[in-house]
Ligand binder design. Structure first.
Ligand code: 6GU
Length: 242
């Protein structure tokens, strides 16, 4: 899968995505990630990429022209026909990103991520190019770069071969809408704190029941919204009450 990121701060994107699992996936050729500095495509002699808002108000608005030119000249895209590229605008005005959206985007051949700054991007960029607007949550960041990193990481880890262990991407939180159970590793006693006996018992039926119960209790305490309107099985009900 290919990702293209349009930004005025390519260094915010490149460092994190050259590290750890995503860095390894790039080296292995499982994903291609290209950053494009929209400032390189400005037609302004001072390389400006923003201006004051029409109608007045605080802050600056990013110009349409550098985004249009980067999409056309840098990426070779055409606004009338870019079926092989799904263009996403990162903005607090977008729909909230989720695991379901990550899974959907993992099915695309090419994702193009547009990062705004200041008070946003001239709306003609959205009107002309954008297939979908995404936010990563209800808080305000200084720009779309951190949101683009979140989307790339969440999508890339779902691609075949990116996680070493194939099962781990599906077994986790949100695959069945419950939070993960607690994990422990050696030593069995650390600074006087022990590991729950059941995990050392070797009894896989009891271990699975304990884990399911922990997931249910954690979800109930920390994220009751995930259980709203959901019908629990008789066994899950028993585990939650126990
Ligand atoms: Cl996508 N951009 C900005 N600037 N702030 C955000 C966001 C995006 N998602 C949550 N907050």
């Amino acid at each position: 899968m290919r990702f293209d990121v349009l930004t005025i701060f390519p260094a915010m994107i490149e460092g994190p995505l050259s590290t750890s699992i995503i860095g390894r996936a790039r080296t292995a050729g499982l994903v291609t990630i290209a950053t494009h500095d929209v400032r390189d495509y400005t037609d302004d002699k001072h390389r400006r990429v923003d201006d004051t808002p029409f109608g007045g108000g605080a802050g600056m608005v990013m110009n349409a022209q550098p985004f249009f030119a980067t999409l056309r000249e840098g990426l070779g895209l055409n606004e009338k026909d870019h079926d092989d590229a799904h263009i996403v605008l990162l903005t607090p005005q977008g729909q909230v990103f989720s695991q379901a959206k990550a899974a959907e985007l993992a099915g695309k051949k090419r994702l193009v991520l547009l990062c705004g700054h200041y008070e946003g991007i001239d709306d003609r960029v959205r009107q002309t190019w954008v297939d979908e607007e995404l936010s990563i949550g209800d808080y305000v960041l200084t720009g779309g770069e951190l949101a683009a990193l979140v989307v790339i990481d969440a999508v890339a880890r779902l691609l075949p071969g990116v996680l070493g262990h194939e099962a781990s991407s599906v077994e986790e939180s949100f695959s069945d809408q419950l939070l993960e159970y607690p994990q422990y590793t050696r030593p069995a006693e650390f600074e006087g704190m022990t590991v729950p006996d059941v995990l050392l018992s070797g009894h896989h039926g009891r271990i699975n029941n304990w884990r399911r119960q922990q997931s249910l209790v954690r979800t109930y305490k920390n994220r009751p919204d995930l259980l709203q309107g959901r019908c629990l099985s008789f066994q899950d009900g028993e585990l939650l009450r126990a």
